[in-house]
Design a protein around this ligand. Structure first.
Ligand code: MRU
Length: 340
């Protein structure tokens, strides 16, 4: 199975997702600033995967402070601040950082080696637990996923998590249990996670796949080719409003119009107990250059004004079910006792 990241002795190894699928390159991350850059530029991305590397990032930061004799409260706060500032929307990042903070509160900072060991253990638990959660989400989701055409948006597979993925985990498990599926993948402009990552992962798994441009989903639906939509999530409010990759909301509106079930699959670490509804979800706005072109290729005027939100919020009323490791939840959602 593809592994997005892993701790190797004293550093983090991660696959540079910006180079996929043309090149599979493993980055060796020894410094906190390298990890900050990797998260901001989306060499590693996807809500659960960001949470996992944030855990390892704390280990890296504290380990380096300890080795250089600078382990103090102020420097530790700076490690957390820098990781918190990488990406604002996926709540898994903050959830993982909170777990790491609790370890520091419990162990203290007097014995640096003991602290580093305890932090590594916690980061590896976060990683290992996510693998199990994906399995459970996959099984629960596979039971309700109909056979036939399935549409997905963005990328929610192994590379975005610590296991088989969330929405893609559901698809993968349904396929393995013998359901006959054909997956249509939105290319997912502007950064093309669908075209570059989801299409690639599905092909490696031998699951029938067809890539479409984002604006083709309505035509597919009207032709009766889509039996369900399943997507991942970056942050879910207590009432079920769900932030996911920009364009997810339009897919949900289309699905509703065509009476097609629209499913969200995510671990409970993606549920934010602190917010009542989606209006409180911070939406990341990214560099205009991502819309003017892709990598070195530019097709728009260099100075044309651009709006580039990385996520949108799908209202809970458009979501047929939210599949977490704890069960299949239906509207009206009340995630009072689940999640962070
Ligand atoms: O900007 P990205 O690529 O990090 O956005 C990823 C998504 O929106 C995914 O759908 C979501 O994180 C779920 S990943 C299991």
């Amino acid at each position: 199975m593809l592994e997005a990241s892993r701790w190797e002795h004293d550093h983090i190894d991660l696959i540079d997702q910006t180079l996929l699928p043309q090149q599979v390159k493993v980055l060796h991350i020894y410094k906190l600033e390298e990890l900050e850059e990797a998260i901001k530029t989306m060499r590693i991305r996807g809500a659960p995967a960001i949470g996992i590397v944030a855990g390892y990032g704390v280990v890296l930061g504290i380990q380096n402070l300890f080795i250089s004799g600078r382990l103090n409260r102020e420097a530790i706060d700076e490690v957390f601040r820098r990781l918190s500032d990488t990406r604002p929307t996926a709540v898994n990042l903050f959830w993982a950082l909170n777990r790491m903070k609790k370890v520091i509160d419990t162990v203290g900072i007097q014995d640096g080696q003991r602290l580093v060991d305890a932090l590594l253990q916690e980061a590896q638990s976060i990683h290992g637990e996510d693998k199990d959660l994906c399995e459970r989400i996959g099984k629960l989701g596979a039971e309700i996923l109909p056979e036939g055409g399935i549409l997905t948006h963005c990328h929610s597979g192994a590379l975005a998590t610590g296991g088989i993925g969330t929405a893609l985990g559901v698809i993968r498990t349904a396929h393995q249990t013998g359901k006959s599926l054909h997956v249509y993948v939105d290319e997912t402009r502007p950064l093309l996670q669908g075209a570059r990552l989801t299409a690639w992962e599905l092909m490696q798994l031998g699951i029938p796949v067809t890539l479409i441009c984002d604006n083709m989903a309505a035509s597919l639906m009207t032709q009766g080719k889509i039996n369900a939509v399943v997507v991942g999530a970056d942050r879910i409010a207590r009432n079920g409003d769900t932030a996911n990759k920009i364009g997810t909301y339009s897919v949900a509106v289309l699905a509703n119009h065509h009476h097609i079930p629209f499913f969200v699959a995510a671990p409970s670490s993606t549920i934010d107990q602190n917010i009542s509804d989606g209006s409180h979800i911070p939406i990341e706005e990214r560099n205009p250059s991502e819309v003017r072109g892709f990598k070195e290729i530019t097709w728009a005027p260099n100075e044309v004004p651009v709006w580039n939100p990385a996520f949108d919020v799908t209202p809970a009323s458009l979501i047929s079910a939210i599949i977490t490791e704890s069960g299949v939840h239906r509207f009206p959602y009340n995630f009072q006792n689940l999640g962070v």
